[in-house]
Design a protein. Sequence first.
Length: 214
Amino acid sequence: QEIRHEALVKRLDAFTRFLEVAALANAQVTNVSAIARDAAVARPTVQGYFEILVDTLVGVWLPAWRPRAKIKEVAHPKFYFFDPGAVRALAGRAREPLGREERGGLLETYVLHELRAWMNRSGCGGRLAYWRTPSGSEVDFVWSRGPTDVGIEVKAASRWRRGDATALAQLLAAKTVRRAYGVHLGRERLRQDGVLVLPLRDFLTRLSAGEVIG
């Protein structure tokens, strides 16, 4: 509505195609060229569309984190829409059963915005990023402020598996992050290779108490 009212885009049909493709790529490393190709829209136009989404608070960029480590990291950002429900609606899946392949990105989207909301409410500052290597090792979120880095890995599963914290434990062991959290949809609480694993509800309770970041 706001985008249409302000005439921010000249062709709503092209913008609509872009939104659907971008929603399908939510929470993934953003490949602007691939999105432009799949949406049949010029690459510079797609870049402009992303700028519009950020300016109108429809989505945010999550940059790649570059720690002082002797590992080559992926440098491209990820894009997250403002709400998991909006992601499904824009992707044309609002009336479809929730697929297993969707759960991870949608939960990441929810947790990201809970983190951003806490940063805003508490005034704790800092910045959020993600960490990934070309080999595929990844940590969903890293919060940084000064010398303090906190790693957070999110899994949309009812059980936390042994290998779920591998990349996070790697950063923790190298003292690249000071604290590390695993978040999942089950009920189990445990500490694995130094990573504190919590159910989503417990993690959010700790977050709102200022015990995760801040």
